[in-house]
Design a protein around this ligand. Structure first.
Ligand SMILES: C[S@@+](CC[C@H](N)C(=O)[O-])C[C@H]1O[C@@H](n2cnc3c(N)ncnc32)[C@H](O)[C@@H]1O
Length: 254
């Protein structure tokens, strides 16, 4: 069995995702669509139990580092699941878990990454700051500094792939629970346009912003719903791809 097959088998066996087939569609046709991970050194910021990192290392990445502060200290569910998945999948290439926040990691990390992933983690970096990012200078300063850390881990051409919910959604605006995403607190999110502006301030160039469609609808759903209006009426979940155009570590002032 190939490492890629072992990935999906382990996900199913350990219950790491409720619907592995839809996960495959999501990763291949939405989150990582058009991103060439083969031979790449990848950093997964706020990687949780390593779902996307493990996908990458079993599908051609040369090395993956998972930054996940929740994996520090006592054994959490996140840590137990990460270790169980690694044991079941037995990746052939290195996947390293670093139980730190980016701010600590950037101080010690020497090399640069080809791809940086932030899957549903950008707003968790500082939820309070994120909530007021569109109107508060200090909050903007906080995230600008955070993105500067990402720039320091990048080289010219590094791709940053961010996925998250945007701020505006028809259900949130009407004060209703979104049946597709019932736990989302919309006021703790921001629009991809705002994230893009902040990223451009530190040397990233926005390559594309896509809107996620419900995986159950497959490619037809992507075709019909990949626009801001349909996203607003459904999940308001986006994927933003940016490319770093500066020089990286040592050339970015914090
Ligand atoms: C909602 S989880 C997303 C997990 C995973 N990426 C996924 O989509 O399944 C957000 C994660 O961001 C992590 N996080 C929060 N602040 C961070 C920071 N400063 N540096 C790295 N990770 C951070 C949290 O510990 C949390 O596990």
């Amino acid at each position: 069995m190939s490492a890629g097959e072992r990935f999906y088998t382990a996900i199913q066996k350990l219950g790491a995702h409720p619907r592995p087939k839809r996960l495959r569609f999501y990763i291949e046709h939405q989150f990582l669509r058009g991103i060439d991970i083969v031979g790449k050194r990848i950093l997964d910021v706020g990687g949780g139990y390593g779902l996307y990192a493990l996908y990458c290392i079993t599908h051609g990445a040369s090395e993956v580092v998972v930054l996940e502060p929740q994996l520090a200290g006592s054994r959490s569910d996140t840590q137990v699941m990460f270790e169980a998945l690694v044991e079941a999948i037995r990746p052939e290439r290195p996947i390293r878990l670093v139980p730190e926040v980016v701010e600590e990691f950037v101080a010690t990390e020497g090399g640069s990454f080809d791809i940086i992933l932030m899957h549903n983690s950008i707003n968790h970096i500082n939820e309070e700051a994120c909530a007021v990012l569109d109107r508060d200078g200090a909050a903007r300063g906080y995230y600008r500094q955070f993105f500067t850390h990402l720039a320091r881990l990048s080289r010219s051409g590094t791709q940053l792939v961010v996925a998250d919910c945007a701020r505006r959604n028809v259900f949130g605006d009407l004060g209703l629970r979104n049946p597709l995403l019932p736990s989302i607190e919309w006021h703790k999110h921001q629009s991809p346009r705002l994230w893009g502006q902040l990223l451009e301030e530190v040397g990233f160039k926005i390559r594309c912003i896509d809107w996620t469609s419900p995986n159950i609808l497959g490619k037809a759903g992507r075709w019909m719903l990949n626009n801001a209006v349909m996203a607003y009426l459904t999940m308001s979940h986006f994927r933003l791809v940016a490319e770093y155009q500066g020089e990286g570590k040592g050339n970015v002032s914090v």
